[in-house]
Write a protein of this length. Structure first.
Length: 194
């Protein structure tokens, strides 16, 4: 009871008790094993690579297995399952690689949902694989093929998978939150009876 009063007093006094910033976690990645193949990708075609979420998470960063011709980094976007634009990425020039940050800092990915990473108007080499080996959170997967957009002359085949990694902060699973809440409720009830 005393802790409840102290917590209420802190809230009313305007003291901000902010949660600690969580470090980024690899949500899903297929950057390992070593690249099987690099396909030459010319300006023009857009490519879509799907991934499916497990639990909800906040997406912050995308790293693409590739090497672009100087100044020809693609426009990178995130599409929902209906292929509507939901977020854009900006090139992270501080990394010196092919890393992109979500414009605005982060995007909330829904649980058990399919999204597409879209690359457009790039020029360079894109790492692809036919291996479905992935690392990351449980139930997160990368789709098993490219969907080729506006240029049928692109050399990608549907059996190839773009190599990339998504990083962000996983949200606590709903079942975990319910279990913690129930445990706290039970503990409070026991203490009030004593």
């Amino acid at each position: 009871m005393n802790k409840l009063i102290v917590s209420a007093a802190l809230l009313l006094s305007g003291i901000n008790i902010a949660p600690a910033v969580q470090p980024l976690t690899t949500l899903v990645s297929n950057l390992s094993p070593v690249t099987e193949k690099q396909d030459d990708w010319e300006l023009g075609p857009y490519l879509l690579q799907s991934f499916t979420t497990g639990d909800a998470a906040t997406l912050s960063n995308l790293k693409i297995g590739s090497s672009w011709t100087a100044g020809n980094s693609p426009t990178v976007s995130l599409l929902d399952s209906g292929r509507n634009l939901v977020a854009s990425f900006v090139y992270d020039s501080n990394t010196g690689g092919t890393s992109y940050n979500v414009q605005g800092g982060s995007f909330a990915l829904q649980s058990s949902s399919t999204y597409f990473v879209q690359l457009a108007n790039g020029n360079g080499y894109l790492n692809v694989t036919t291996t479905t080996t992935e690392t990351g959170l449980p139930s997160w997967t990368i789709g098993n093929g490219f969907l080729i957009g506006d240029d049928s002359s692109a050399s990608f085949q549907s059996s190839q998978i773009m190599q990339f990694s998504l990083s962000g902060v996983p949200e606590p699973a709903t079942s975990s939150l319910l279990a913690v809440g129930l445990g706290l409720f039970t503990l409070a009830r026991r203490r009030s009876r004593a």
